[in-house]
Design a protein around this ligand. Structure first.
Ligand code: COA
Length: 322
């Protein structure tokens, strides 16, 4: 059977680092509070005029170089973002043009923090259907632009960044020994819209700001994430002991610790970047993947578990043999 095999990763973080100490000069907060409640110590913030597409293009170029794949060979770009450059066209098409690609197709995917897992699942299905051989899967965000910088309950939690993966069709036997995306599971439940949303958009006539009931999101996140991980393990007949690396959406250290404990994964198997990057929404999983691959943790044939949960609510998981 056809499998979608990871050929390379790339990432980009804006130059400017904002520490918790600097945050404390902007809102009534402290380094102690932010570290204790979230594990975040700093975040990267895009420069004035630096757009989501700029971050995405840098991450995409790094991923193509890592994969040793030429831009002309890319059949599909799927870009997860909730902070596109403009209302339209899709920011993925801006990336396509910047890479000099004149064929194939490019589109944005909007599932907020779950966007990258949605995008991997989407690209995998195009590849398995035989319509696409090489897919560039990107998560890129400038959440700093939709934060209410006077709201300490949300402003301290998010950062900007981008990550990308190159997926390519390859042959597999249809077993969990195959390299590639082995399974993916997506969910949404729109009844929870008001727990995490932006109070603006094209149809409302404003850009709006992020609003969140943090405690409610936390409560649902731990349950939904554990359930969707169980789904991935059940679908493949694997257990927590088979997972080499757990690369979760990086929202909050306490959510990641609680999830790892619940599914029985030791802390040393959890890739944790929330401390340095904060929550970069759809960019967080590919950023963490790139870090763990470049520092030598994730190696070929390792079993990697991805998950995410975000506004909607949306949530999902994927198991990938690297
Ligand atoms: N600095 C200092 N104090 C703060 C603060 C900040 N940045 N933000 C909130 N507080 C205060 C609150 O005002 C509250 O004070 P009060 O008791 O006097 O009213 C107190 O801290 C506790 O607030 P609460 O919201 O109950 O804290 P919490 O333990 O739930 O932690 C979050 C808040 C946001 C860190 C936590 O709920 C969380 O991580 N939720 C999930 C968020 C998330 O991951 N979202 C993204 C999903 S994609």
């Amino acid at each position: 059977m056809i499998r979608s095999i990871v050929r390379g990763t790339g990432a980009y973080l804006p130059e400017r680092i904002v520490t918790n100490a600097e945050m404390a000069t902007l809102v009534d907060t402290s380094d102690e509070w932010i570290v204790a409640r979230t594990g975040i110590t700093q975040r990267h913030i895009a420069a004035d005029g630096e757009m989501t597409s700029d971050l995405a293009i840098a991450a995409a170029k790094a991923a193509l170089a890592d994969a040793q794949v030429h831009a002309d060979d890319v059949d599909m770009i799927v870009m997860a973002t909730a902070t596109p450059d403009d209302t339209f066209p899709a920011t993925a098409t801006v990336v396509q043009a910047a890479l000099g690609i004149e064929r194939g197709f490019a589109f944005d995917m909007q599932a907020v923090c779950s966007g990258f897992v949605y995008a991997v699942a989407t690209a995998d299905n195009f590849i398995k259907a035989g319509q696409v051989k090489t897919a560039l899967v990107i998560g890129a965000e400038t959440f700093s632009r939709i934060l209410d910088w006077e709201d300490r309950t949300t402003a301290v939690l998010f950062g900007d960044g981008a990550g990308a993966l190159v997926l390519q069709a390859g042959e597999g036997e249809g077993t969990t020994d195959d390299r590639g995306v082995l399974t993916s599971h997506l969910h949404s439940d729109g009844r929870y819209r008001d727990k995490l949303y932006v109070d603006g958009g094209p149809s409302r006539g404003t850009v709006g700001h992020l609003r969140m009931e943090g405690r409610e999101v936390f409560r649902h996140a731990v349950v939904n994430i554990a359930d969707v991980i169980d789904e991935a393990l059940d679908a493949t007949g694997l257990s927590a002991a088979d997972i080499d690396w757990f690369v979760p959406h990086q929202a909050n250290r306490r959510i990641l610790d609680a999830t790892a404990k619940r599914i029985g994964l030791p802390p040393e198997k959890v890739v944790m970047t929330v401390g340095q990057h904060a929550n970069t929404s759809a960019a967080s999983v590919p950023l963490a993947l790139d870090v763990a691959r470049r520092d030598g943790r994730i190696k070929q044939n390792d079993m990697v578990l991805l998950e995410a949960m975000g506004g909607g609510f949306t949530w999902g998981s994927a198991l990938v043999r690297w």
